[in-house]
Design a protein around this ligand. Structure first.
Ligand code: UDX
Length: 436
């Protein structure tokens, strides 16, 4: 089957490479000639474990190619995936659909009979209707279908998520669209991945509802963590104690500095806008968004507290270990580290940092932070060491060496990576999340 994947960003590239690995013939199209040239030279535009090897082997196998020419790439394609960005629209938080609609307009005149146009980009309810309208207006007379097929890929684990999904959601309003999508995902039948067919609008909403629910779970346990600190309980135990209930489930109950990344912040906001437009308020999600925003700066204040309070902290130095919003990615979008660093800088604290993959993207976003080439250079002379992102490289720190290198003894673990007794035994004043 020939597949055209429009947009060689995170989702397009991972999905395209995985479809090719299943044996489909895939061409990934992007407007950015530099990105395509780099991909053709085997260089990845993002850091994602396993992606480079996957792309390389499928290019070598002749199943995966890259192009800037959308029109030429449509020839013979049964499925055309739209996987372009839908960022938050400047100023109002609605999803910006201009890229999606521009692709639909460009595809229209060249769409072949019996092709399916699939929106993989996260798009608000009703976007599929609009894409269909644009295609019809551009003069398409023959049979085609517009289908919604949201992605549920976690950065850092995207290839595994694609190849072994919990479910595949396909929103199609006619049998023809469903039939083609069955063929597209047939290689996954062996894994018995549940294929859930819904209406197009339901599929569009499922994506937002899933992300909003996960964000809610995270913020719920974060608030429980705050309460644990007040009442003298341990959030790790509370999390396990509720997560073992199958109705609740143990995932996404890890307390931390709040969620960031390319999806949760923008998708929760876009869901609020849809709810507002339809006069159907989603108050729980509203509260989650607010709680997450204020939590990130609160984490900065937690560090200031560990430095002895606002007066004592001025002029001291904090070292941030990890800057990306989570490990195994170089993505800095809406990372809690941004607000944490700014809160510290505003309080007159000098900030140094090290991240295994995120430094290049982080440096221009945090011009006042002293970026260091490794973790021990970052902690040198620090009064407080702050574990912000739980990279593997930070999970077995050499506390003796840190004690010799750092100036102070404050260790703030915002991901609860460590056993408090162990860090305290190494001579540190240990602060974590939700553990009194
Ligand atoms: C998410 C969804 O998981 C994925 O299905 C969707 O398609 C895209 O958005 P991603 O943004 O890559 O994926 O990261 P994820 O692993 O979900 O983490 C999101 C944020 O929540 C991170 O900042 C992470 O640190 C935080 N988080 C996650 C917690 O604080 N606690 C948890 O228990 C889980």
């Amino acid at each position: 089957m020939k597949i055209a994947m429009v947009g060689a960003g995170y989702v397009g590239l991972v999905s395209g490479a995985c479809f090719a690995d299943f044996g489909h013939e895939v061409v990934c199209i992007d407007k950015d000639p530099e990105k395509i040239a780099r991909l053709n030279a085997g260089k990845m535009p993002i850091f994602e474990p396993g992606l480079e090897e996957l792309v390389e082997s499928n290019v070598r196998g002749g199943r995966l190619s890259f192009s800037t020419d959308l029109t030429a790439s449509l020839a013979g394609a049964c499925a055309i995936f739209i996987a372009v960005g839908t960022p938050s629209r400047r100023g109002d938080g609605h999803a910006d659909l201009s890229f999606v609609y521009a692709v639909a307009q460009e595809i229209g005149p060249h769409l072949e009979a019996n092709a399916v146009v699939v929106t993989k980009s996260t798009v608000p309810v009703g976007t599929g209707d609009e894409v269909e309208r644009i295609l019809r207006e551009s003069g398409v007379q023959h049979r085609f279908a517009v289908v919604s097929n949201p992605e549920f890929l976690r950065e850092g684990a995207a290839i595994g998520d694609f190849k072994r999904p919990d479910r595949i959601v396909i929103g199609a309003d006619d049998e023809f669209g469903r039939q083609i999508m069955r063929e597209v995902y047939r290689p996954l039948f062996l894994n018995q991945a549940p294929l859930l067919f819904t209406s197009r609008r339901s599929a569009e909403l499922i994506k937002y509802a899933a992300n909003a629910f996960l964000a809610t779970k995270i913020m719920f346990i974060n608030e429980m963590a705050d309460l644990c600190e007040k009442v003298g309980a341990d959030v790790q135990d509370v999390s396990r104690g509720i997560g073992l209930d199958n109705r609740i489930g143990s995932k996404f109950l890890h307390a931390g500095p709040g969620y960031g990344g390319s999806c949760f912040p923008k998708d929760t906001l876009a869901l609020l806008k849809t709810a507002e437009d339809y006069d159907s308020p989603t108050r729980i999600v509203e509260a989650v968004v607010k709680a997450n925003d204020s939590r990130k700066r609160a984490m900065g204040r937690k560090v200031i507290e560990a430095l002895g309070g606002i007066d004592e902290a001025r002029g001291k130095r904090a070292a941030l270990l990890g800057l990306t919003f989570k490990p195994n990615t170089d993505d800095m979008r809406d990372s809690p580290s941004l607000a944490i660093a700014q809160t510290l800088i505003d309080a007159g604290v000098e900030v140094t940092a090290y991240d295994p993959e995120g430094m290049d993207l982080a440096a221009p976003m945090l011009p006042e932070v002293g970026m260091k080439p490794d973790l021990y250079a970052a902690v040198e002379g620090a009064d407080a060491v702050v574990l912000v992102t739980e990279w593997d490289a930070f999970r077995a720190l050499d506390f003796r060496r840190i004690a010799q290198t750092a100036r102070g003894k404050a260790f703030i673990d915002l991901r609860n990576v460590y056993d408090p007794a162990v860090v305290r035994a190494a001579g540190f004043d240990y602060t974590s999340i939700g553990r009194a």
